[in-house]
Write a protein of this length. Sequence first.
Length: 414
Amino acid sequence: MTLNILIAPSGFKESLDAEQVADCIATGITKVLPDVNICKAPLVDGGEGFTKTLVAATGGTLHHLEVTGPVGQKVPSHFGFLGGTTKKTAVLEMAAAAGLRLVPTNMRNPLVTTTYGVGELIKAALDAGAERILVGCGDSGTNDGGAGMAQALGVKLLDENGQELGLGCGELIKLQRIDLSARDSRLAQVQIDVACNWHNVLCGEKGVARVFGPQKGASPATVEAMASALEHYAAVIKTDLGIDVEQMPGGGASGGLGTGLHALIGAKLYSRYDIVMQYLELDNLIPQADLVITAEGCIDFQTPRGKIPAEVAKRAKRHGIPVIALVGTIGEGAEINLQQGIDYFNSILTHPCQLSEAISQTATLLTNAAEQVARLLLVGRQIKSFKNSKFKLPYEKQAKTFANQGGYLAREAS
């Protein structure tokens, strides 16, 4: 009987996109098990690859342009139009304009990085005739609450002297008034849907500054400065616009971009898989698989809070399908994932190394790790064959001879 393996990974941040990850895993598996049936279903959660994956899945078109990057320099970016839709639907990802990979390591200060380029992508989609805009939130290098995005679309954030704020989270502590009078008028006629992590909130101990700030280069002092700025931002939004965003589900997505999209330009936030699974076929593919292999850059206690491996495992377990996760790093509390439907996880790293080295070698490490998984599957196949053969397990006292044949131990019957 041929083994059917579904490969349904996320991308690895700053290294490989989901399609490349799937290719690496498939290569490693087929080195050892060339006769298996492999189906690849690279997944996106709103982060890097969101646009290209959905455009490819629907037969849409991709459009390239330059926008203002997270540190203020121009960067190449893109948005797309989905195929097969009644409304002309543009799709874009914040990571293509303000992602972490666009922030040089020596410039990672989330007090100053901006989502201004995200607003420029939205404007470009409007200019191209979009009737609906689908925004993916994920893999951000910013923490400005979506303020820069809104500023690019004409929203005025004013200080006590009526002067417009500069860019970046650090400026928000000076915010006194929000003026929507010059906001791009086309936004009122366009449906904007946002795919985001529903678990991320803007403020509090589990707010975006404290949970994700350190990943973006924030020191402890910077984290507290950001938290204060975002709390002040939320207070002004509540006063001026009547919207309570402090604990709004999804409001903390992508450094608070979810808040800016909802409160300042009228977007509607959705749990990202409610959006993504409308365009991908994962739920149709899982029942046909004997094994699912997923992957992501890190697995830890946060993985069950909306990360791809946990989502894949949840859906696979509805059909009783085992799940293996290959990851870059194993973080604090990773074992909780064994209770969430992931049956086995392992790091692709084989020795301690710098992050830069791991990123540069991800393709090789991932391929090799998948090959090792395939060898374990081969052992499992041989154990099953061994148990069903004329041979007996070698634990009897009268055992006489052992032969190493094909990578497993077998005893000839006495």
